[in-house]
Design a protein around this ligand. Structure first.
Ligand code: UTP
Length: 307
């Protein structure tokens, strides 16, 4: 694909977006439509995430897809017929929107033949990396982390402390059991109090067992050592290779792992409830749809439920 942004990023060049999951929480829609293409107002979630990757300085997006999910990559291919029709009919605003995704960064895909877990999906990207790439960013397309910018902070932390850097959000204690939760300690010489050292990670702990309220938020800056760790872990629950287990192995072996606590907001597009919140949030901020949606919502919320 063309129109690659040439960006001299010091931290990473390749952003990997695992998009080969089954999307079962979104059935029946995901029977034929990949969840990554479901629109947040008018823009597919994966385009929003690709925009974040490009903004953070990545110049290549590697989408991990499953067989038959070609539409996800096709979204980043120029459609010259559509573009010329929009141009001829003077629909310049739409033309700009249509051209955006193919112009963000260079896009390629690797196929994960079977959904063997997030860790396995990340491992599939190794084959397309250049020899001199010592780290990759991974962005889960289900997670919208706002405002943008956390990946740059993570890059600076890696430049200073080496190793692997993860992103966390501070969630209310009652919600910890829905997430991967970090065990952390403070970094004595940290200039940013939101940078913490990770000493362990627990997947979906009970509230009373949670080591902190810092939950994994779908952005990873992984040292290339992760691929070797992925080869050395055994499949976990459901026969899936868990990225968390590979990170835990690295921590055990003394590889530095830090977390940046993101103090913004986050939407989970992977389930209908979270997706709806994201859509309403984005629509309320839109000049085109915001005012009338706000009016309608107020009216709707004033109606007794069930009407
Ligand atoms: P999820 O478990 O949240 O996504 O994986 P899923 O499997 O699509 O969702 P449900 O549970 O069936 O509804 C997190 C991310 O990892 C990717 C998914 O596409 C999602 O972006 N993934 C997961 C893969 O690429 N391959 C896998 O084998 C598993």
């Amino acid at each position: 694909m063309t129109n690659a942004v040439t960006n001299d990023n010091r931290y990473f060049r390749t952003a990997v977006v695992p998009a080969a999951g089954m999307g079962t929480r979104f059935l029946p829609a995901t029977k034929t439509v990949p969840k990554e293409l479901l629109p947040v107002v008018d823009t597919p979630g994966i385009e929003l995430v690709a925009g974040e990757a490009a903004d953070s300085g990545a110049n290549r997006l590697v989408i991990v897809t499953s067989p038959g999910k070609d539409g996800v990559v096709a979204h980043f291919v120029e459609d010259l017929v559509l573009e010329s029709k929009l141009e001829a009919s003077g629909k310049h605003h739409l033309l700009e929107k249509v051209r955006k995704a193919p112009g963000l960064l260079e896009v390629e895909s690797v196929v994960q033949e079977q959904p063997l877990g997030l860790g396995h999906a990340v491992g599939c990207a190794e084959s397309v990396l250049d020899d001199d790439e010592d780290a990759i960013a991974v962005l889960l397309p289900d997670d919208l982390v706002m405002p943008r910018g956390v990946l740059e902070t993570m890059g600076r932390v890696r430049a200073k402390r080496g190793g692997t850097v993860l992103c966390a959000i501070d969630v209310p204690k009652e919600q910890v059991s829905a997430y991967g939760v970090f065990e952390v300690e403070t970094v004595p010489d940290a200039t940013n109090p939101d940078v913490l050292k990770v000493t362990g990670m627990v997947e979906k702990p009970a509230m009373e067992d949670a080591p902190s309220t810092y939950a994994a938020a779908g952005r990873y800056l992984l040292d290339r050592a992760i691929f070797d760790a992925l080869r050395r872990i055994a499949p976990g629950a459901g026969g899936e290779l868990q990225l968390t287990d590979a990170i835990a192995l690295l921590i055990e072996e003394g590889h530095p792992v830090h977390v940046v606590v993101h103090r913004g907001s986050r939407h989970d597009l992977g389930n209908p409830g979270g997706y709806l919140r994201a859509a309403v949030d984005f629509a309320l901020d839109s000049e085109e749809y915001g005012p009338s949606l706000r009016e309608w919502l107020i009216d709707r919320l004033n109606q007794p439920s069930g009407e």
